[in-house]
Design a protein around this ligand. Structure first.
Ligand SMILES: [Fe+2]
Length: 180
């Protein structure tokens, strides 16, 4: 399973946001595990597509999208409560609040924890450097996230998330270090 540092960061943030949203500690831990595993399907995406420095073609985007369904299938090996949570997160983490994500499902119709992981995933993806983009300063990344409230993300969840990040100097310090 894919446990790159970025995914661990998505897991930590998802647990914190889950607690802030009223999930109990055991539920928040499950959500953290699901968040760590959310992109495991990318392991089966060809390297020349997932690590491409330039823009993906329409065909390559279609291949890339399948990492969600591959992840869902891979996680069917899990047993217990974690399976449903991890599979939902893997399958739906690229859905948008307005229904214009990967598979056209409105994330408002999905379990709240899926939106939690989506928010954390996007923030971490912006803050870390990738072959196809530089690292974004945390303040700019948060501004972008805010601008996507009601489009990509649940507006209420976005407010809680931004409040949580801005109010946590330790998180900001780690992000400043990562993006420097
Ligand atoms: Fe993904």
């Amino acid at each position: 399973m894919n446990t790159m540092p970025e995914n661990k960061a998505v897991g930590i943030l998802s647990e914190l946001l889950s607690l802030e949203c009223g999930y109990n500690p055991a539920e928040a831990r499950l959500i953290r595990m699901a968040a760590i595993l959310h992109d495991c399907g990318k392991q089966r995406i060809p390297k020349h597509i997932k690590d491409k420095a330039g823009k993906l073609t329409v065909q390559e985007i279609d291949v890339m999208k399948t990492h969600t369904k591959i992840g869902f299938d891979m996680l069917s090996c899990l047993r217990g409560e974690i399976r449903e949570v991890a599979q939902n997160v893997a399958l739906w983490h690229h859905e948008f609040w307005n229904g214009q994500g990967y598979w056209g499902v409105k994330s408002s119709a999905l379990p709240r924890y899926v939106g939690i992981v989506s928010l954390c995933d996007v923030l971490v993806a912006l803050i870390y450097r990738r072959v196809y983009k530089p690292a974004w300063p945390p303040t700019e990344a948060l501004e972008y996230i805010k601008s996507m409230a009601g489009i990509q993300f649940c507006p209420e969840l976005t407010d809680i998330f931004i409040w949580l990040i801005r109010g946590n100097s330790r998180i900001i310090a780690v992000f400043e270090e990562v993006s420097a």
